[in-house]
Write a protein that binds this ligand. Structure first.
Ligand code: XUL
Length: 527
């Protein structure tokens, strides 16, 4: 007998990926679309449109990407009628702005046409802000002051005001482009937009991704009235809808997908969540000292926690995507994989193999040379100045490093910074689980292990956000079937546990620990 299957979709900064698992949690099919390569008509770079501090992505590109992924699925030999539930991940904080025609159009799609052909005109602005945007400083300051300071905002919403957080993005349009705001009927997160396409109606924002907006009270689990009023006035509640627990079923898949692709009419669509929350769910990690480092366009470090200990300076607390009564903590560096790739392209002929060979020619700690690589403004620590900043072993600025030193400097600086700020945030790992594209690179996991002085493990697949989406589809489906919240670990008990791939060299670890105070001082000078 055919096993039931579950589909996870992961809409990241750079593309859309689909992963299908069976009820034993084994992957049965994967496919992916890359925005820059497969949809060049949108002219994105790394999936984004960068205009100074303003960074957006075309909302129609997401629709076209879904059309393409569905085409791949229908051309495969996967039986789509066997998929019991779908869930997904969205890059966090990004939003999609829908006009008054959207709801009707979503619910009356013709199966003879693609989604993009029918949904071109449903947006009140074509390019929605995404997480790389850093243009809302003014609104962040105002929000904090109206709420009673950064500490109070962090206590209520889990984070001090961050420029990329959706509430501050909403404020920018509310105050500067009221005509757009007025014609917007619904503001979806990217993570609630894709399920809206699937159910043919507006899907709710889930608690976990909703925690990345600076307007959700993460303890009371409803929008904070004062924050809401400041960022969008008294109409905003209606434009956002009510946030719901991440395991909620948003509805069944709409007739369009049944008729065009052969999905079963009772295929459930479980609320999507953010890519980082879903990564946590994909590794099924609940232990307080198992910390995940996810390496994608951004590098993030996060873990599960039972209680909220929000920091008024750095990092975030989100409601957990696995349990609405639990939390996760996280810290984000914006200069992740694209920054590593830029340095590789410049110094190692765009080859990771050459890059790794170069790494072996320099010792841990790079003879005291430290570089900072900010090709886009940095979030942790908050640094607006972009560029490469190099310091010799005496802490003096220098314009050049040798190519070998450059290769080591970029890796070391990214993860020394992650160690420094996560320690100050209170994360204290026993084990680091690496995920994301770069987690397959042993030279990199070794450097991470040496910097943190802890073993590094990797999961079964480098794409934990898509896995988490598929696991959460199964979880939401079971909760719905049983009519109660079923513990996430009951559903994911068969998930393969991460395996250790790098053990720390403690002498290298000591070198890094000795370098850390000087690293911190130099990083401070760049703020
Ligand atoms: C998280 C964040 C990024 C995006 C990347 O706060 O801004 O990690 O989620 O997709």
């Amino acid at each position: 007998m055919l096993r039931d299957t579950f589909l996870g979709l992961d809409l990241s900064t750079q593309g859309l990926k689909a992963t299908i698992i069976d009820s034993e949690l084994s992957i049965v099919f994967e496919t992916a679309v890359n925005f820059d390569q497969d949809l060049p008509e949108f002219g994105t770079e790394g999936g984004a449109l960068i205009d100074g501090e303003t960074v957006t992505a075309p909302s129609l590109m997401f629709v076209k990407a879904l059309d393409l992924v569905l085409k791949h699925l229908s051309e495969s030999d996967i039986d789509l009628s066997n998929i019991k539930a779908i869930s997904g991940s969205g890059q966090q904080h990004g939003s999609v702005w829908l006009n008054a025609s959207a709801r009707v159009r979503l619910s009356s799609l013709s199966p003879t046409m693609t989604l993009a052909e029918q949904l071109t005109n449903i947006f009140s602005m074509s390019n929605g802000p995404i997480w790389m945007d850093s243009s809302t400083g003014k609104y962040c300051e105002e929000l904090e002051s109206i709420i009673g300071g950064s500490k109070e905002l962090a206590r209520i919403t889990g984070s001090r005001a961050f420029e990329r957080f959706t509430g501050n993005q909403i404020a920018k349009y509310f105050y500067c482009q009221p005509e757009i705001y007025k014609k917007t009927e619904r503001i979806s997160l990217i993570s609630s937009f894709i399920p809206s396409l699937l159910i043919g109606n507006f899907a709710s924002i889930d608690f976990s991704d909703g925690s990345g907006m600076n307007i959700l009270d993460i303890n009371e689990k409803h929008w904070d009235e004062t924050a809401l009023n400041y960022v969008g006035g008294n109409k905003l509640q209606g434009k956002l809808g009510k946030p719901l627990a991440s395991h909620t079923v948003a509805g069944n898949i709409s007739k369009y997908f049944v008729e065009r692709y052969g999905f079963a009419s009772d295929c459930a669509v479980v609320l999507f969540s953010g890519d980082n929350p879903n990564s946590l769910a994909g590794l099924a990690v609940t232990g307080p000292n198992d910390v995940i480092i996810s390496m994608g366009t951004s590098d993030t470090i996060f873990g599960a926690t039972e209680k909220t200990t929000p920091s008024e300076k750095r990092g975030h607390v989100f409601i957990s995507p696995m349990n609405p009564d639990s939390f996760m903590v996280m810290l984000v560096r914006q200069n992740g994989s694209l920054t590593r790739e830029k340095v590789r392209d410049q110094w190692a002929n765009a080859s990771w193999k050459t890059f790794t060979e170069m790494l072996h020619k320099t010792p841990a700690g790079n003879n005291g040379k430290i570089g900072f690589y900010f090709f886009t403004p940095e979030i942790t620590p908050a640094i607006k100045n972009t560029g490469v900043f190099r310091f010799d072993s005496n802490g003096q600025k220098t314009d050049t490093f040798s190519p070998e030193e450059e290769a080591r400097a970029v890796f070391e600086s990214q993860f020394m910074s992650l160690r420094l700020h996560s320690e100050q945030f209170g994360l204290n790992p026993n084990l680091i689980i690496a995920t994301g594209g770069a987690s397959v690179d042993r030279a990199l996991t070794q450097i991470i292990s040496d910097i943190f002085g802890k073993p590094v493990a990797i999961g079964d697949t480098p794409d934990s956000a898509a896995m988490g989406a598929a696991y959460r589809a199964l979880h939401g489906y079971i909760c719905n079937k049983e009519g109660r919240y079923v513990p996430y670990t009951d559903v994911t008990a068969k998930a393969i546990q991460p395996k250790i791939v790098s053990e720390p060299n403690m002498s290298n670890h000591e070198t890094y620990s000795n370098l850390l105070p000087r690293f911190e001082e130099l990083e401070e000078t760049l703020k």
